[in-house]
Ligand binder design. Structure first.
Ligand SMILES: [Cu+2]
Length: 184
């Protein structure tokens, strides 16, 4: 059995008015990857995209901080995280092993901004899909970071905030918390 965890810290807290934080636990046991994510103080009553991000070439990803706001608009948007965190890889949605990122099957926070997510993933299927997508790369969870996204539509985002994905707006993709995944 292999266990990984992440301490998830706020990102964009001052700009969005809430400091989202939580923990993630990844347990690999045989052919199963069990994912447990618990988040507090996220924007309430809202679906939150969540994924691990990383570099397909195996470079270790690091968490974005306010230093990644390179255009100084007050927000670290999704494209700005790329320099240190790489690209979106695996969604923590209803079917992570399908690696279909843009969808409406992510967890929804309650009226206190809390949510918990648990998913048991068939590891062989995830591994195969990951290799197909990222040039035979290994999952290498300890080189990845977890991102939680999403603010309510009433948060005023300047036009300089980028990162819309298909018909999903920058409100959906704005990062609100991030954590580096480490092996225990
Ligand atoms: Cu993400």
């Amino acid at each position: 059995m292999k266990i990984y965890q992440a301490n998830i810290v706020p990102l964009n807290a001052d700009a969005i008015g809430t400091a989202a934080h939580g923990t993630a636990l990844f347990t690999i046991n045989g052919d199963q990857l069990t994912i447990n994510i618990e988040m507090f103080d996220t924007p309430a009553n809202l679906q939150h995209w969540e994924h691990f991000h990383g570099f397909p070439d195996g470079q270790p990803a690091e968490i974005a901080t306010a230093a990644q706001d390179v255009n100084h608009d007050g927000f670290v948007d999704l494209p700005e995280t790329g320099a240190v965190s790489g690209t979106t890889m695996v969604p923590f949605d209803a079917a992570p092993h399908e690696m279909n990122v843009p969808n409406d099957n992510y967890p929804v926070s309650d009226d206190k901004g809390y949510f918990a997510y648990t998913k048991v993933v068939p590891l062989a299927a995830l591994d195969a899909k990951f290799k197909e997508t990222f040039n035979d790369s290994e999952l290498e969870l300890d080189k990845r970071v977890i991102y939680i996204h999403g603010v309510t539509d009433d948060v005023d985002l300047p036009d300089t905030v980028a990162g819309a994905v298909g018909h999903y707006s920058t409100h959906v993709t704005l990062p609100i918390a991030v954590g580096k995944i480490v092996a225990l």
